[in-house]
Design a binder for this molecule. Structure first.
Ligand code: CP
Ligand code: NVA
Length: 300
């Protein structure tokens, strides 16, 4: 049987996406009440990280433990992947021993190749193009604080990066309006923009975009792998900082999100994460609960 993968949000139906969000809320409540729920005793997740991580590693490893299973941390420094063993060979070997794999890597093509040769489900834990797990948490967080996101105005400020592109998928799937305010030359993929034009619009001026927004989200100006462009990006993105003045233009009930790690003084002001708009800490915690719901869907 071909395994079920989660390489972008589009690997879920709209119904499944909503179901995961509902289940994530239930799992969060149960966890907070101290309920023991271990449907996956004896199951093992391989976690392949070719880039750094705090939230993703801690949430998947903890999530598997809470569900009764185990997780293995595999970095290229300690595996043969880092010495050039082909991804297709690694996928066949690793998946023959574990029950599920999560992978954080550079190109989307790499994870697609891995998935094509894997006999168990593969989860995208961030590539250069997408970060679908973060969107599960972001959407759970919006709903938790404000109810349904359908019909709301969401604004992405900054780089048209992996997070932005996963927001684009979410906009179409959960039926909200997404405005993207990014500098020239830092747009998301044009094919995706065209495909999703019913829900996604490019607006150059961040203040215009943020006016009346229900949710404002941003991310680092230089993603992992773009460290050498940091200085160039600082210049290109000046004027794209999310700060108190910008959030003051948003709707009265607006929320602020950032997938983290955040760089105070660059893409955000020093204090916005502690402001009345910010839900970044529940957003981070919800990585745990929403991914447990995802694991349940893929393993059951
Ligand atoms: N938001 C997120 O994916 O964080 P990490 O890079 O710490 O996993
Ligand atoms: N866009 C960021 C997200 C980090 C979670 C990156 O790829 O580095």
């Amino acid at each position: 049987m071909t395994p079920r993968h989660f390489l972008t949000l589009k690997d879920l139906s709209k119904k499944e996406f909503k179901k995961i969000l509902e289940r994530a809320a239930e799992l969060k409540q149960a966890q907070h009440k101290g309920v023991i729920y271990q449907p996956f005793i004896g199951k093992v997740m391989a976690m392949i990280f070719e880039k750094s991580s705090t939230r993703t590693r801690v949430s998947f490893e903890t999530g598997m433990a809470q569900l009764g299973g185990n997780a293995l941390f595999l970095s290229p420094n300690d595996t043969q992947l880092g010495r050039g063993e082909p991804i297709e060979d690694s996928a066949r070997v690793i998946s023959s021993m574990v029950d599920i794999v999560m992978m954080r890597t550079f190109s989307q093509q790499s994870i697609e190749n891995f998935a094509a040769y894997s006999s168990v489900p593969v989860i995208n834990a961030l590539t250069d193009d997408h970060h679908p797990c973060q969107l599960l948490a972001d959407m759970q967080t919006y709903i938790e604080h404000r109810g349904s996101i359908q019909g709301k105005r969401v604004v992405w400020v900054g780089d048209g990066n992996n997070m932005c592109q996963s927001y684009m998928h979410a906009a179409e799937m959960l039926d909200f309006e997404l405005l993207i305010a990014c500098p020239k030359g830092f747009e998301p993929c044009s094919t995706l923009l065209n495909q999703l034009s019913s829900h996604v619009t490019l607006v150059r001026d961040p203040t215009v975009a943020i006016s009346g927004a229900n949710l404002v989200a941003t991310d680092a100006w230089a993603s992992m792998g773009q460290e050498s462009e940091s200085e160039l990006r600082k210049k290109a993105f000046s004027g794209f900082q999310v700060n108190e003045a910008a959030m003051g233009l948003a709707a009265a009930d607006a929320l602020f999100m950032h997938c983290l790690p955040a760089y105070r003084g660059l893409e955000i002001s020093e204090t916005i994460m502690e402001s009345q708009w910010s839900v970044v800490w529940s957003e981070a915690e919800n990585r745990l609960h929403s991914q447990k719901a995802l694991i349940e869907l893929l393993l059951k």
